[in-house]
Design a protein around this ligand. Structure first.
Ligand SMILES: Cc1ncc(COP(=O)(O)O)c(C=O)c1O
Length: 410
């Protein structure tokens, strides 16, 4: 019997985030027997329920009978809603329906886009989201090269000389702003310089803007799309901004209409298109004023408070070097000097994650976002827990994980 499999499938791995979630399914109940609450800080989704205005819009869409085959690429009224949303929220007013495709969340957008771009070398800022590294890039035949963001006095900056060098050998740049896992929000000035270099090297930008609605301290999310040009492909999702990860809807925008047409053919081939009543619901939600605005601004304010609390409690331990996330809902902690070395022969990253698990806290190992150079990092999410559970977890982290140890000020 000839049993061959496509290398696209055999080269992908189980995302470490999924792996850790499976592990804690058995660990958490055991911990909770001690009478304490387990802290799920590995989660990349909000603990908040999907808001009523989303549920109601979905029920209305079902009642209105949006249950037949969808139009591949997205219904015209969904695309119209995206166009209005981008103009109202981000001042981008020069896109038409031919520049928009509706996808099954950001993940399908990424898979379609990288699938279409057809392999080669993709350059990504490190640390980078595990799913692109483990799944999307290998699945679509891309080799990844990374350029690490440079930590400097509590800030993360781009080394533009290195970027210039690395872009010379790249086919595509993957840019994620706000960034998972660091929480960096790329400024307009940075984006302009990055874009200039990409144009010089004739490199397309795939811009992952999954967290566009999560920016703090009055910052603005700048979509690279606002810089103009048809070499930028921006990928959006409704998963995070509406606590709606299970609805699986998002959209991708590019001024190159031919590229969108090709993506549409790809989508037709693999799924025939996104569930129409979900499209109808989100066409309403994306263009809704209230209660959407109030719900989102309260959500972002509560996340900012949680971030502040974490920085307040952990900041002193990090001797002034703790990076304060500007967006998204994660902290990427460098634990060098805060946790003891792993015993000889043991994996540093596993030992660190286990220290957290022993204290009833789930985090994602740093290696998921690069490789061994992040073995002493962990990603901690402040989206999936209540203020009270977070507070208890911080207490156990300081006493139990770090043993009250602090890094020298530097
Ligand atoms: C950086 C980034 N991009 C894209 C996504 C895709 O999300 P979804 O497929 O749920 O829309 C995620 C989800 O965690 C993410 O973290």
């Amino acid at each position: 019997m000839k049993r061959r499999y496509s290398s696209a499938f055999t080269s992908i791995g189980l995302s470490p985030i999924v792996a850790i979630s499976e592990q804690i399914r058995s660990v958490a109940p055991v911990f909770e027997k001690s009478g304490q609450r387990f802290a799920f800080l590995q989660r990349g989704e909000l603990a908040d329920p999907t808001p009523d205005f989303v549920i109601d819009a979905t029920k209305r869409a079902l009642d209105a009978g949006h249950t037949r085959y969808p139009k591949a690429g997205g219904e015209p009224w969904f695309k119209e809603a995206v166009i209005q949303h981008m103009a109202a929220e981000h001042g981008i007013d020069d896109i038409g329906p031919e520049n928009v495709i509706c996808t099954y969340g950001g993940q399908e957008g990424l898979q379609l886009v990288f699938g279409l771009l057809g392999g080669g070398t993709v350059l990504a800022f490190g640390p980078a989201w595990s799913c692109v590294l483990e799944n999307i890039f290998p699945f679509t035949g891309f080799e990844v090269d990374t350029i690490d963001l440079v930590e400097e006095q509590g800030a993360l900056r781009v080394d533009f000389d290195e970027l210039d060098r690395k872009l010379a050998a790249a086919d595509v740049l993957y840019l994620n702003t706000p960034q998972n896992p660091s929480g960096k929000v790329f400024s307009r000035e940075e984006l302009v310089r990055i874009d200039e270099l990409c144009r010089q090297h004739d490199v397309r930008i795939v811009s992952d803007e999954a967290y566009k609605d999560f920016v703090y301290d009055g910052r603005e999310h700048v979509s690279p799309l606002s810089l103009g040009g048809d070499h930028i492909i921006s990928i959006f999702t409704c998963s995070k901004a509406f606590a709606a990860t299970g609805f699986r809807i998002g959209f991708t925008i590019c001024r190159d209409a031919d590229l969108i047409r090709k993506l549409t053919l790809g989508e037709y081939t693999q799924t025939a298109g996104v569930v129409p009543f979900i499209q109808r619901a989100f066409a309403d939600v994306l263009t809704m004023d209230e209660p959407r605005r109030t719900w989102q601004s309260e959500l972002v304010a509560s996340l900012a408070r949680r971030r502040d609390r974490i920085c307040e409690r952990l900041g002193p331990l990090f001797g002034g070097s703790l990076y304060r996330p500007e967006g998204a809902f994660y902290l990427f902690l460098n634990l060098t000097g805060l946790v003891p070395d792993a015993p000889a022969g043991e994996d540093t990253s596993d030992v660190i994650v286990q220290r957290f698990l022993d204290q009833g806290i789930a985090v994602v190992p740093g290696t998921a976002f690069g490789d061994d150079r992040y073995a002493r990092h962990v990603r901690l999410s402040f989206s999936g827990v209540s203020d009270e559970v977070l507070e208890e977890a911080l207490e156990r982290m300081i006493d139990g994980v770090f043993n009250g140890q602090a890094r020298a000020t530097g």
